[in-house]
Design a protein around this ligand. Structure first.
Ligand SMILES: C[S@@+](CC[C@H](N)C(=O)[O-])C[C@H]1O[C@@H](n2cnc3c(N)ncnc32)[C@H](O)[C@@H]1O
Length: 306
């Protein structure tokens, strides 16, 4: 059985169980696929810099004061990176509670190692050492798993659906997401885009980083980074599962979602995959009419202003 298929079948099986997210977390930790690594840390620190560059260029070089990240996930490197970079109020929301104080402690401990401090210096430049100390103290002191304790520092972890962001959270200068849109079904994404844009301050904006590569390619590099485009929607629904849903949208389809949500696109930074990726896959007819240039976009950062 190909490696990617084994992973898909395992996750599909787990997704049908009660407490599937917890079980998935446990299995992934046992298999070592959810370990903090310098590769993961560096990838997310680059994301922090990318979002701050986009925001600062909108604010004539000034740092945004209040930012929201949608899709916290397991290890909130991006919100902590924004906090250390000097954003005064950082909010991070997820539709379910995945990150815990124990994981944040683990992350803060990892950030204290010389190897990772060097990455902080490299990607965040003059980050705030005093804020880091305050964070170390806050996570060490707290006897409970209550993430609210970090609010005193200006980091707010919230549970909620980005389609309807509570009005009492106020408005945000800048909203971001990382590696999140590709896991959202298209109609939900349209509602999320309009929900987020509604709570952007006028004069502010959003930057969303999307990984359009077939994520099974990361577990099985033998398959093309766009291997999933060989399946019809019906076939894909048999491979898919709720724990690892991938919408397979290409950049032109994301642009259409923005248009439907009434959210303007200011600019897109993108990275193309090598042409070999296309040669190695028999495209399903549903994708055959899309231009090669569109099919081969692997990563995109979509910036909007309001
Ligand atoms: C793949 S994770 C990305 C985690 C993190 N941003 C990272 O880069 O590691 C996507 C996250 O988006 C969250 N999510 C999905 N739909 C959402 C929604 N409607 N509102 C808020 N979060 C959502 C999921 O629960 C998941 O934790």
């Amino acid at each position: 059985m190909p490696k990617w298929y084994f992973k898909a079948a395992l996750q599909r099986g787990i997704s049908l169980l009660p407490y599937s997210h917890r079980i998935n977390h446990w299995v992934q930790r046992r298999m070592g696929t959810l370990q903090l690594s310098s590769f993961f840390l560096e990838d997310r620190l680059i994301a922090v810099k990318r979002h701050l560059d986009a925001a600062r260029s909108c604010f004539q070089g000034a740092m945004p004061q209040k930012m929201l990240e949608v899709g916290t996930g397991w290890y909130p490197v991006v919100p902590i990176g924004l906090f250390l970079s000097g954003v005064e109020e950082v909010w991070s929301m997820d539709v379910r509670s995945l990150s815990s104080l124990a994981q944040i402690r683990e992350l803060v401990l990892y950030l204290s190692t010389p190897e990772i401090k060097a990455l902080l210096n490299q990607h965040l430049g003059d980050w705030d050492k005093r804020k880091f100390q305050a964070l170390q103290q806050a996570v060490a002191k707290s006897p409970t798993s209550n993430l609210d304790r970090l609010s005193a520092l200006g980091i707010h972890f919230k549970i909620g659906d980005a389609r309807s962001i509570p009005i009492d959270w106020g408005k945000f200068d800048w909203i971001t997401s990382n590696n999140t849109f590709e896991h959202i079904p298209e109609p939900v994404l349209v509602d999320m885009l309009s929900g987020m844009y509604e709570v952007v301050e006028s004069g502010g904006g959003m930057s969303h980083y999307i990984d359009m590569v077939d994520h099974y390619h990361y577990a099985d590099p033998e398959i093309s980074p766009i291997h999933f485009l060989r399946f019809s929607a019906n076939q894909w629904s048999w491979v898919e599962n709720s724990l690892h849903y991938q919408n397979r949208l290409r950049l032109s389809e994301y642009r259409a979602c923005y248009a439907r949500a009434g959210v303007p696109i200011h600019h897109v930074d993108m990275e193309h995959l090598p042409e070999d990726a296309l040669n190695a896959v028999n495209l399903h007819p549903q994708y055959q009419d899309l231009p090669q240039d569109d099919l081969l976009v692997g990563y995109a950062s979509i910036v909007s202003r309001k």
